[in-house]
Write a protein that binds this ligand. Structure first.
Ligand SMILES: [Zn+2]
Length: 298
C-alpha cells in the first residue's frame, strides 16, 4: 500500500491507496480554516503526524506527493496562495521515515490517475486539461505520458492564443491561462456582477446559476468558451487525441460552462480535421485524483 498526499493551495488530502487504485482511508483539512497559525509549520506537522498514524496502521511501501507548480529536487517551489516560497517536504519527511518519496505536479498526478483508473482508461491517446487557478495538462500517447528531458514540457497554459494580449505571470502576453483559468473567469464574473471580492466559490456558483442569462454575464461566459475552444483546437491539431478530459474547478461549472462548451465544440467551427473529433469528458475522480495519481508515480 502507498500513501498519496495532495497538497493544494487551500487544502491537504492524505490517503492510503491499495494496488487497485482505491482509497481505503482518507484524512483531509481545509487550509482556509487555519487562522492565526504559521501555515508552513501547520502543514509540516499535519503531514508528518498523519504519516506516523497511517504507517502504524498499514504497511506502507512508498509516499507520493501531488504539489502545485513544478517541484524540483523534491522541493515544492511555489505555493503562491499560501505565501510559501520553498518547502523541502521530501527531506522533512525523510528525517522521520525511511520510505521512498516521489513528488510531482498536481495536475499531472490527476491526469495519470484519470488515465489509469478514471474516465480516460479506455483511450490510448488522450489529454487531460486541468482548469483551475492556472491551466495544466498532460498528454498520453499509447497510454504513455509525454515528457521531455530538459523540462517536463506540455505547458499548455502558456500557449499564446492572443498576440499582445493580457500580461501573464510567466512574462509572456496572451497566454491561454490568462483567458481560460477559472481564477480569471471568477475575477471577471465578480467584477461584472458586482459581488464581494472574497466571495466563496460555492456562493458564486449559486448566484451564477440564477443570473447566467443576464446579457453581460452571458457575454463573459460565451467569451470564455470561445477562448477555450481556440486553445482546444490548437491542442487537438498538434496531438490528435481520442479524448480530452477536463479537471480542476472547471468541473463545478458543468451547468454554466461545460454544457455550452459541448454545444459549440461539436459545431466543429474551429476544427482542422472535422472527422472523428476527440470526445470531451469531465473528470470522474474529482478531488481524489491527486491522491491516487501521487501513488501511481510513487
Ligand atoms: Zn504565460
Amino acid at each position: 500500500m502507498k500513501i498519496g498526499i495532495d497538497l493544494g493551495g487551500s487544502h491537504i488530502g492524505i490517503g492510503v491507496v491499495n494496488r487497485q487504485g482505491k482509497i481505503i482511508e482518507k484524512i483531509e483539512t481545509d487550509l482556509n480554516l487555519v487562522k492565526n497559525l504559521n501555515i508552513e509549520s501547520f502543514i509540516i506537522k499535519y503531514i508528518v503526524n498523519n504519516i506516523k498514524e497511517l504507517t502504524n496502521k498499514y504497511k506502507i511501501q512508498a509516499i507520493g506527493i501531488a504539489a502545485p507548480g513544478t517541484p524540483k529536487n523534491g522541493k515544492i517551489t511555489t505555493m503562491v496562495n499560501l505565501g510559501i516560497k520553498e518547502l523541502d517536504i521530501t527531506n522533512i519527511i525523510k528525517k522521520e521515515y525511511f520510505i521512498p518519496i516521489t513528488i510531482k505536479n498536481d495536475a499531472k498526478c490527476a491526469a495519470i490517475a484519470e488515465n489509469k483508473y478514471g474516465i480516460l482508461k479506455p483511450y490510448k491517446d488522450s489529454i487531460f486539461i486541468c482548469l483551475g487557478t492556472g491551466i495544466g495538462g498532460s498528454v498520453f500517447v499509447n497510454k504513455k505520458e509525454l515528457s521531455f528531458n530538459r523540462n517536463p514540457g506540455i505547458e499548455i497554459g502558456h500557449m499564446i492564443i492572443q498576440k499582445d494580449g493580457i500580461n501573464c505571470k510567466c512574462g509572456k502576453k496572451g497566454c491561454f491561462e490568462t483567458y481560460c483559468s477559472i481564477k480569471r473567469l471568477k475575477q471577471k464574473l465578480i467584477e461584472i456582477m458586482e459581488l464581494p471580492k472574497n466571495i466563496q466559490s460555492e456562493e458564486l456558483l449559486h448566484i451564477l446559476n440564477k443570473r447566467k442569462d443576464e446579457h453581460k454575464v452571458k457575454n463573459i461566459l460565451n467569451e470564455y468558451i470561445e477562448n477555450l475552444i481556440v486553445g482546444l483546437s490548437n491542442i487537438i491539431d498538434i496531438f490528435e487525441p481520442q479524448a480530452i478530459c477536463f479537471g480542476g474547478s472547471f468541473v463545478y461549472f458543468e451547468e454554466v460552462l461545460y454544457k455550452i462548451l459541448v454545444e459549440k465544440y461539436y459545431s466543429k467551427k474551429y476544427m482542422f480535421n472535422k472527422e472523428n473529433i476527440p470526445e470531451l469528458k469531465l473528470s470522474v475522480l474529482g478531488n481524489d485524483a491527486g491522491i491516487i495519481g501521487a501513488t501511481i508515480i510513487a
